[in-house]
Design a binder for this molecule. Structure first.
Ligand SMILES: Cc1ncc(COP(=O)(O)O)c(C=O)c1O
Length: 445
């Protein structure tokens, strides 16, 4: 038993909590504990400030513990704690859905709520399969993902996802899934700002997959417009457009997983808007409530929704939902968050700061063992040379040093550091983040 009386000011031990996506034994020997947050900073139990370089887990886009969001959650908790999500609804669910539909591109106008990105992905995949079924094309049951893709941890998400450790322990996964190749090549793309010129042609691999399985068996393609969790891979120029064209040619639904890119990360409400490519379904989570209350969802094109609206009116059209779909606290937090994004013009702010963040990140290029730096929106990925036989050890040490020695939160995947600060980050704080990152890169070389 590890007693943390001295850390948290109360008797507590670290044994019971199985910490997700974390090496538990190492963590419990030297925990990185966070007790409080405000705006751009976390605070440890002993009061030390830690600059948030990662918007939590890519989610606190409006910054932490913002007063209007906190007040909205408090008000909602006092007014309506819960209303059944099936067969009943509460007004804020409709209000938030309308606000999201207004932000989404083109006729992506119908919003289905759930509680996380993983649930959003499962929901999107199920809607895609059911869409073809209700239209009499039930043989379209294959789903196409992409190598290195991250779509959360549900069985649907890990099946279409392409990160081996998230898949290999968990059995046979969904049947009938195929994968596009990843869009990254260090040889052709190293140290690119924004969308790399090389790689658009990789979308044509979808034609090969269609030729192999036949379009009549394929329901949907799902990709992250910018692959975040695998280490920040911006889409090559023209890539998303080509995917869209091939999907159109073969009647395949295109799903953009915008769990990270939604709500400002790339300087727009959605990446679809940045790229001028309209998918049939968008998934979202994280930024919708700025991380304050769990919420996710799916936005579908009008025609996708309409396909279900047939048959007797007393019959449920889509047999899917969650007890906490459109939870009142999440809806209240979502509305207050969207107000903040609009009132403080945070998406525009992200766009304006993009070149500054890219400059600061690219300045790391010549530090020891920096193999690549990629930037897009308010996001940067930095690949570090791995230690022989110990992939991930260097980035792990960098994250630890950043937290304990520099007062900075960074994210890691393998030996890649990822930075994605809240959109309220100041110019001085961007400089501070990358000065601290430079020091940890040197210290771990
Ligand atoms: C693109 C994408 N999809 C889905 C998810 C899963 O979200 P959650 O952890 O809320 O289930 C994530 C999480 O990082 C993500 O980046």
């Amino acid at each position: 038993m590890t007693d943390t009386t001295d850390l948290a000011g109360q008797t507590n031990d670290l044994d019971a909590f199985w910490v997700p996506f974390t090496p538990n034994r190492a963590f419990k020997r030297a925990p990185r504990l966070i007790a409080r947050a405000k705006d751009m900073h976390y605070f440890t139990p002993d009061g030390r400030a830690v600059l948030d370089g990662t918007a939590g887990l890519w989610c606190t886009n409006a910054g932490h513990n913002r007063d209007p969001i906190v007040a909205a959650i408090k008000r909602q908790a006092a007014e309506l704690d819960y209303a059944p999500a099936f067969q009943f609804a509460h007004p804020k669910a409709f209000e938030l859905a309308s606000r999201i539909a207004a932000l989404a591109p083109a006729d992506l106008d119908r919003v289905f709520f759930c509680n996380s990105g993983s649930e959003a992905v499962d929901t999107a995949l199920k809607i895609a399969l059911a869409y073809h079924h209700v239209r009499g094309e039930g043989a379209r049951n294959r789903l196409i993902g992409r190598e290195r893709g991250y779509h959360g941890t549900g069985f649907g998400g890990i099946s279409v996802g392409g990160i081996v450790n998230n898949r290999k322990f968990f059995g046979t996964l969904l049947a009938g899934v195929d994968h596009l190749p990843a869009t990254y090549s260090r040889e052709h793309q190293a140290f690119t700002r924004g969308e790399p010129e090389w790689g658009g042609h990789l979308a044509d691999e979808l034609e090969r997959i269609v030729a192999l399985h036949d379009a009549s068996t394929i329901a949907a393609v799902i990709v992250e417009p910018m692959a975040g969790s695998t280490g920040v891979l911006p889409p090559p120029l023209g890539y998303l457009e080509r995917l869209r064209a091939i999907c159109d040619r073969h009647g395949i639904l295109l799903i953009f997983d915008e769990v990270i890119t939604g709500f400002g990360r790339l300087g727009h409400a959605f990446a679809s808007e940045r790229y001028g490519v309209t998918p049939d379904i968008i998934t979202f989570a994280k930024g919708i409530t700025s991380g304050s209350v769990p919420m996710g969802g799916v936005i579908a094109r009008q025609r996708v929704y309409d396909a279900f609206m047939h048959g007797p009116e007393h019959v449920i059209e889509l047999f899917h939902g969650y007890t906490y779909s459109a939870h009142p606290l999440a809806c209240a937090a979502g509305l207050a968050t969207l107000d903040l994004y609009r009132g403080e013009k945070l998406f525009e702010r992200a766009k304006a700061l993009e070149p500054l963040l890219a400059d600061a990140a690219m300045a790391l290029k010549n530090l020891p063992g920096v193999l690549d730096v990629r930037t897009i929106g308010l996001t940067a990925g930095i690949d570090l040379a791995s230690r022989p036989g110990a992939v991930g050890a260097r980035a792990g040490e960098a994250m630890d040093r950043a937290f304990h020695d520099e007062g900075l939160m960074v994210r890691i995947t393998g030996d890649t550091l990822a930075l994605a600060p809240p959109l309220i980050v100041s110019e001085a704080q961007i400089a501070e983040i990358f000065e601290k990152v430079a020091r940890v890169i040197r210290a771990t070389a």
